[in-house]
Design a protein. Structure first.
Length: 393
């Protein structure tokens, strides 16, 4: 008999009833140290007091009205995002997937309106993850995601990761855009090199192709900059944001330059829930907190502490871990055993981590995690690794 919850996830036998900062409490009172943060969503930790305050205050006033009306909370968040980024304009969504849908529509509409309706192709990369809608799975293209769900949305050209020659060969008079995660998340915490991102920008500038960054996982101060692409010194034309921006409230956004967004006039796109007062009040508070003086420097400081400890862990367990990679508090440990095995062993140590592709274990802690909790997490990973070494599967 099918479970009452559609069984699309293989879930751990863990249920939590309460969270605080980087800790989660199960029904039996046991406490777990959370280095997954709901997959980079709880950027400020569980039940962050400032977000609880903003949420309860807004909940007592107004939750939802519809985009038929002016929404001052939405305006405030849009203004903050525009002030702090390359973007001139923002559309709010409820998820990263929904942001992907709009990004795809926007770049195609751009060329339709600019006299080149044949420019519909979007170049994407191996290992990519852009969400689970029909467009997003077609964009990523991996067999695991698309098998059985055809016919797929056409027009995506899948290229090898970090291969500039492949990009140069693939850009034609039919290319609308290049879509890339500056740091692949699900793909295994794989950063694109600065040189690659710079070269993509140059190719786009030469050909008019629009550059779309998917910063759903790597954005919102996770890497120690508000958005990961800032490290490479290049800006996109369109950017997808979600996960951390709501700090746990479902919220996403598409940011764009005035030029890239020029095809999207009244009636071309919409969302019933997207940009509601409740979500946007919380998003604006998240933005205020992460852009406050010193916050991102502190993320970078925490990140170098954690990274250094992880390097030590790799040195201590060369049979389990081979490499630390990533940027800021978006870190990956390349594993020798299957990463799910390490995730399981970490559960036994009451530590939560997240597996990814390319045999990588993901560490995506709250950006507010303390040094003490990071040191404790590494101790628990060390114990998990020892356990695997002594009792191999
Ligand atoms: C999670 C993720 C998405 C999809 O976001 P949802 O909110 O799950 O729809 C898209 N792109 C990247 C890079 C992601 O990590």
């Amino acid at each position: 008999m099918i479970a009452s919850i559609l069984p699309t996830y293989s879930r751990a036998p863990l249920a939590f009833v309460k969270g605080e900062g980087s800790w989660l409490e199960a029904a039996d009172g046991s406490r777990y140290l959370d280095l997954g943060a709901g997959i980079a969503v709880n950027a400020l930790g569980h039940a962050a007091p400032q977000l609880v305050e903003t949420l309860t205050e807004q909940a007592g006033k107004l939750w939802h009205v519809s985009n038929l009306y002016q929404i001052p909370e939405q305006q405030k968040l849009a203004d903050l995002l525009v002030a702090h980024t390359f973007a001139d304009t923002v559309f709010f969504t409820n998820s990263g997937t929904e942001a992907c849908e709009l990004a795809v529509k926007m770049v195609r509409k751009y060329w339709y309106e600019n006299g080149a309706p044949e420019r519909v192709e979007i170049l994407t990369f191996a290992g990519a993850f852009h969400g689970r809608s029909s467009a997003a799975i077609a964009a990523a293209g991996s067999e695991k995601m698309v098998k059985g769900f055809g016919p797929l949305l056409e027009g995506f050209v899948h290229l090898p990761w970090d291969d500039l020659d492949a990009v140069k060969a693939a850009v034609t008079e039919k290319t609308a855009a290049i879509l890339i995660e500056p740091i692949q998340g699900e793909g295994g915490i794989r950063p694109a090199s600065d040189a690659f991102l710079k070269a993509l920008r140059e190719i786009c500038d030469e050909t008019g192709t629009l550059l779309v960054f998917d910063e759903v996982q790597c954005g919102v101060a996770r890497t120690g900059r508000l958005f990961a692409h800032e490290w490479a010194g290049v800006t996109p034309d369109v950017m997808m944001v979600a996960k951390g921006i709501g700090g746990g409230f479902p919220l996403g956004a598409v940011l764009a330059t005035e030029n890239a967004a020029s095809g999207m006039g009244a009636g071309t796109h919409g969302s019933t829930y997207g940009g509601n007062p409740l979500g946007c009040a919380i998003g604006a508070k998240v933005m205020e907190i992460v852009t406050a003086d010193g916050f991102m420097e502190e993320v970078s400081r925490k990140a170098s502490f954690l990274r250094q400890r992880l390097e030590g862990l790799v040195a201590a367990h060369p049979d389990i871990f081979t490499e630390v990679r990533g940027q800021g508090l978006m870190l990956g440990l390349k594993c020798k055993p299957a990463p799910v095995e390490v995730v399981q062993a970490a559960y036994a140590q009451k530590l939560l981590t997240v597996p990814a592709a390319d045999n990588v274990l993901r560490l995506l802690p709250a950006l507010t995690i303390t040094e003490e909790d990071m040191a404790e997490a590494v101790r628990r990973l060390d114990a998990a690794a020892s356990e695997i070494q002594h009792n191999p599967a």
